[in-house]
Structures are given as C-alpha cells and as structure tokens.
Design a protein around this ligand. Structure first.
Ligand code: ADP
Length: 450
C-alpha cells in the first residue's frame, strides 16, 4: 500500500516539477503548468496501474498457475496470494481425487460386489465383482435402471419392498451349466433415497450347506437301518419263546448289525480326525515292508471270513527289491488305513477264485506307488468320478453285505491329499480295477537315510 502511495506521489511530483520547469523555461504561467504537470503524472500513474491490473485480471481469467504475470506492489501481492490460494485448492482437490481413487480401487478389490444406485434406482457406479455377478457392463450400463438389467422376479420384488433386513439369493448372471452361481444381494438405503447394493457369491456356502445336509441325512440313514433291525430282533427275543438254536441265530445277526454300526462310527471318527488334525510332517514314518505285511495278513483274514474257505482268492503282495528297506514318511495310522481300505475293498468286491495283486514300486518320475489290482466286477466309467464321495456306492446292497460303510475311498482320498499324494483309479466294468496310491518321492526314503 505504501509503495502504491509512494509511486503515485513520485509521478505526481515529477509531473508537477516537469510542468514547473517547462513553464519557467518558456516563461509561461507557472501555477497552471504545475497543476497540468501533476495531473499528467497522476494520469500516467493511473494508466500504468490500469495496465498492470488488466494483466492480473487477464491472468486470473485465462492464465495458468505456472505462468504468473511479472508484477510488483499491490498487484504483485494480489497475484501471489491468489497463486498460493489456487495452489492450496489444487492440492486439496488432488488429495481428495486421490482419496476417491484409493477408495474406489479398494472397493474394486473387495470380494463382494458393490452397486451404487441413485434415487431412481439408476446405476451410478458398480465394481467389477458386481458387474460379473449381475451381468452388468460397468460403463455401458451407467445410468440404466437396475431393474431393466436384472430381471429375476425375486430381485424385482426385493427392490420394491421396504423390508430389506434379510438378503435375497438369486441365480448369478455369469452362470453356465458347469459353473452354477448363487448370489446373495442386500440393499442398504442411504442418503436421500439412494441405495447401496452389496452382492456376495454364496455358491460354495450353499454347496457346503447342501453337503452338510446330505451328510447328516446319510449318516442318520446308515445308523437307522441297523438300529431298526436290532430293535426288531430284541423285540423278537423278548416276546417269542425261541429255542437255544434260534436264539443263537438271532444273536449272531444282532452282532452283525452292531458290528456294522461300529464300523460306521469308526470311519466317521477317522474322517473327522483327518479333517481336524494338522497335515502330517516328515518326522514320523512307517516301514514299507511292515505296512505291506500288515495289510497282507488283514486281507487273508478278511478273505477267509467272507468266503468261509481256506483259499477263496489268490492274494499276492510284492515290494520291489530296491525299496525293500524303505520308509514311508507320514502318519503311520493314516498310511495303514489308506492301503488297508483299498485292500479290503479288493477282497470284498472280488468274487471267489479271483486274484488280488498289491505291488509297491517307484515309478520313473521317482514317486512311490502302492498299487492294488483286482479281477473283480470293476466300476462302470460313469461312476468313477464320484467313487471318492462320502457314501457313494455303485452297488449299495453289495457294499452293505460285505460290511462296507461307503466312507472307505473318501478316507483314502483325504489321507493322500494330506500326504501330498493322490489316489488314481482305473477300472473296466467286468474286468477288474486298479487303485493306485501315488506318494511324492519326498515321502519315500531309505531307512538309514532318515
Ligand atoms: P464301501 O464301504 O461301500 O466299499 P468305499 O468308499 O470303499 O465304500 O467304495 C465306494 C464304492 O466304490 C463301493 O461301494 C464300490 O461300489 C466301489 N468300489 C470300491 N472298490 C472297488 C473295487 N475294488 N471293485 C469294484 N468296486 C469298488
């Protein structure tokens, strides 16, 4: 302000002085030219000031922050202050834009779908997950009414109701017959009539729930059957006068049924132990020959029991000489249970006179194979993919007659997964089956090497 006052004063005095000296040199009236000179000085100051002011106004209107007009004094201060204010505003805008970007990219990364709707249910924004689940094209469908894009009647009804506490579940749009998609949608009204939709893929949850229901139904069914038979026999023994011979027969049948229940409960406990315990490490192990011998004697006993004869089936166990003194690294009880389940299946399903071969060898890729081959009825190809499901049986009565629980192969598959290996199944209906336990090379070591 002082500069402004000082500069105008300088020009005013300079103009007056020039007028004075010029009037004196020309011998004119001094007072008149003194006033004219000071007026000219004032106008010159005003003119120069107006030019500087106009440059600042032009810059404010059209200029950019990087090219500021080179000026000083009051206009210089105006320019500086304005530039600082604009810089601060620009920074604040950049920061809030960045925050918005971060926020949107976090919502993009969310496993849940998010759709923002305006008060007319028109799409304002949606993330990729919601777009995939609801079949929306995020850019093309912007400002479209969601009801025109998602035509499921359950969804339409949900969008009109005021009761939005419970989510709804509809078929997802990305569905194809091999990959069904179930989507849960919850509506959250917010602001003035705006809506937030949260979508979630609940396919796996629903499948798990269905599996849990099936499992409970299967277990109840499996237990109810022998229980009903047992109850019937108990009633018979209580009400009828039976001879000692008849009583023995009934007690034998009852023992059979309780045996069946026992096996089922044992297998269920094994499965739950497998699901609940940590993955087996490499510190515990089982001698391969010991494993083979134990399963061989089990197989022979079971074969005798089933066929009530001395030689019902030919059972051959063979371990390749190179791995005779090897150990299988893993949980001994689980390893024993895996091979013994396969061997017992082979014995149970192979008819009298059939042949069962169990062969332990290391394949070319270094993996340890425990292969169980039989000449039984085999499994038709359409059943093969489902054999390891819990309670899945090709021939229900055959399985039950021979004391099967329907859980054996599920246990084997689980054990193999826990040991980093796999169960391979090859079978031809009418010709026999080959079940192969394949362990990674790291699970098989020479006895001294451990
Ligand atoms: P189960 O207790 O019924 O034998 P598993 O889970 O061990 O249950 O086997 C599932 C089904 O696979 C069996 O019911 C049977 O139909 C079929 N299966 C298993 N092993 C053999 C085999 N060696 N030969 C023919 N079918 C088999």
């Amino acid at each position: 302000m002082f500069g402004r006052f000082f500069s105008s004063l300088v020009l005013l005095i300079s103009g007056a002085a020039l007028g004075y000296f010029w009037a004196q040199s020309q011998e004119l009236q001094v007072t008149f030219y003194l006033v004219v000179g000071s007026l000219v000085g004032a106008m010159l100051w005003w003119f120069l000031d107006a030019i500087r002011g106009l440059r600042v106004v032009y810059w404010l209107r059209y200029g950019n922050l990087a090219e500021v007009p080179n000026t000083f004094g009051l206009w210089g201060t105006v320019v500086d202050r304005t530039r600082r204010l604009l810089r601060e505003r620009e920074k604040a805008i950049n920061a809030s834009e960045q925050r918005l970007k971060d926020f949107l990219s976090a919502i993009q990364a969310s496993p849940n779908g998010v759709v923002l709707l305006d008060e007319n249910f028109q799409i304002e924004w949606c993330n990729q997950t919601a777009a995939f689940q609801l079949g929306i094209e995020p850019e093309r469908d912007l400002a479209q009414r969601i009801g025109n894009l998602v035509r499921d009647p359950i969804f339409s009804a949900y969008m009109t109701t005021s009761d939005v506490a419970e989510p709804i579940v509809i078929e997802g749009r990305g569905k194809n017959p091999n990959m069904p998609l179930r989507i849960s949608i919850q509506r959250h009204p917010h602001g003035e009539g705006k809506q937030l939709l949260i979508t979630r893929d609940v396919t796996v949850v629903e499948q798990a729930e269905a599996m849990r229901r099936d499992f409970v139904a299967n277990v109840s069914h499996e237990i109810r059957t022998p229980l009903t038979v047992l109850a019937g026999f108990v009633e018979t023994l209580q009400t009828l006068k039976l001879t000692a011979q008849e009583q023995d027969k009934y007690l034998d049948l009852m023992a059979n049924q309780s045996h069946r229940m026992q096996s089922l409960v044992d297998d269920l406990l094994t499965l739950s132990r497998l699901e609940g315990s940590p993955v087996p490490g490499f510190t515990s192990s089982l001698e391969l020959t010991q494993l083979m011998e134990a399963c061989q004697s089990e197989a022979q006993q079971l074969s005798k029991l089933l066929f009530q004869e001395k030689i019902a089936q030919v059972i051959v166990f063979e371990t390749d000489p190179v791995i005779q003194n090897h150990l299988v690294l893993g949980e001994p009880r689980e390893l024993q249970s895996a091979l013994s389940n396969l061997v017992s299946n082979a014995v149970r399903y192979t008819p009298q006179g059939g042949r069962i071969e169990v062969h332990a060898f290391v394949s070319k890729d270094g993996n340890l194979n425990l292969q169980v081959k039989d000449t039984g009825p085999g499994v038709p190809p359409e059943h093969l993919p489902r054999l390891t499901e819990r309670f899945y049986r090709v021939d229900r009565s055959r399985s039950r007659e021979s004391g099967g629980t329907g859980l054996g192969l599920a246990i084997v598959k689980h054990v193999m997964q826990r040991h980093g290996g796999q169960l391979q199944i090859a079978s031809t209906a009418g010709q026999g089956s080959c079940f192969n336990l394949v362990f990674p090379a790291t699970r098989c070591k020479q006895a001294e090497a451990v």
